[in-house]
Design a protein around this ligand. Sequence first.
Ligand SMILES: Cc1cc2nc3c(=O)[nH]c(=O)nc-3n(C[C@H](O)[C@H](O)[C@H](O)COP(=O)(O)OP(=O)(O)OC[C@H]3O[C@@H](n4cnc5c(N)ncnc54)[C@H](O)[C@@H]3O)c2cc1C
Length: 490
Amino acid sequence: MESNGKSNGQLDKAPCYSTLGRRAVASPSVIVIGAGFAGVAAARTLHDAAFKVTLLESRDRIGGRVHTDYSFGFPIDLGASWLHGVCKDNPLAPVIGRLGLPLYRTSEENSVLYDHDLESYALFDMEGNQVPQDLVTKVGETFEGILKETDLLRQESSEDMSIQRAITIVFERRPDLRLEGIEHKVLQWYLCRMEGWFAADADTISLKCWDQEELLPGGHGLMVRGYLPVINTLAKGLDIRLGHRVTKVVRLYNGVEVTVENGKTFLADAAVIAVPLGVLKSKRIEFEPRLPDWKSAAIDDLGVGIENKIVLHFEKVFWPNVEFLGVVAGTSYECSYFLNLHKATGHAVLVYMPAGQLARDVGKMSDEAAANFAFTQLKRILPNALAPIQYLVSHWGTDENSLGSYSYDTVGKPQDLYERLRVPVDNLFFAGEATSMEYAGSVHGAYSTGLMAAEDCKMRVLERYGELNLFQPVMGEDAPVSVPLLISRM
Ligand SMILES: Cc1cc2nc3c(=O)[nH]c(=O)nc-3n(C[C@H](O)[C@H](O)[C@H](O)COP(=O)(O)OP(=O)(O)OC[C@H]3O[C@@H](n4cnc5c(N)ncnc54)[C@H](O)[C@@H]3O)c2cc1C
């Protein structure tokens, strides 16, 4: 399937023979581009259906925006860390359950706004004064009241607007909902949390769409031992070529030719494109012929947000025994929060998680400057904070393998973007979180799109072969085993 020379337009595939049934048959072949959850799910499914699968990955590791780092001597997720929807209907539940991986539930609630229950927060102002919990709760209720008012606005107006603009209009109509002083600061913090969910600033988040995503029941659970064991399990036995950055995808008559950075080309019957939306937007992969306008427009129009993590490892715990430490301030940009991993893992670790413009600004700093910045925020709220002994910093916005953290709906854009991103173009199948109509921006969403793209690809290629039942699974598709998830909360 690999060739170094130029293609003459005919498929130059090294045939792969399997001895299924009574006769030897050539397996259909597929190239999957990107070894994140979507790409690995697609590759796994097609491999198990006896396709010859080559998975091309630009990085020197698999996982993509799932990146479990072990340099502290224990697992730290620099990308995704929560399973959103701790329930048996989560498509990842069977594999997580089978591996016996523990989850730490941070929220019982099935909520877009809060992946942590409110009572598990400790909020502080910049002078280090803790905000009384009853005030935090009261302002939280006001925030929900404001969002209900924005819903009325949404029903009245045919035009979309940003959630920020909608809140401004609500304050003009309902001055009683305006808050002053510390209450205003806590309200800004709630807005900051909302921006964290979308990895985007409130002045870019669509009022029409912000709460339209589907959520699985069961609340949100932290993967205590990291996400890596899950993807490693799914990737077992696959032909994965690390350090293979795809630069060009050419659709041929009845085939695909894929070129990687060093000029090497790969040929197959079909390809699954499972690279991040940010990479597609950057046009670093050339498509020949060009992708149709409806597809290119969807790539351009869907938003991609940025969230980063600055992980601080301390010698010992010196902070309150809560799940989240929050910094309240006059604007949501100045607000911030730290996830206390000690609650879930027992390690003395705080994770600073900026989103939107703040994440973009922090992402431009050196690792050392970013760690110092996070520590300065911590010192504001806990003046006696000890200096960290180790740190880790993510740069999802500038990393050329991701160019963003996850997709979100920007103001005024059509609502069928996710679907348009997913729809195949001839023998090119698209997968990845941004192609998920139900669960965009999540790991389980990315995983599901990989399964879906593989099914579409299977149908299409096997139809071409004319014998839909020719290829039997070689490894046997796993019968769904129901193993309960291991959930805790300290
Ligand atoms: C900081 C952060 C926190 C998050 N938190 C959560 C969370 O708690 N829970 C949750 O469910 N989701 C979370 N997410 C979102 C989740 O990580 C993603 O939705 C999901 O991992 C995306 O998977 P994917 O397969 O679509 O893309 P990716 O994982 O990005 O995989 C795409 C792959 O393509 C590769 N690639 C890129 N360009 C090329 C190229 N030219 N050639 C070959 N390969 C290429 C990349 O290296 C990558 O491996 C978070 C994301 C971030 C960044």
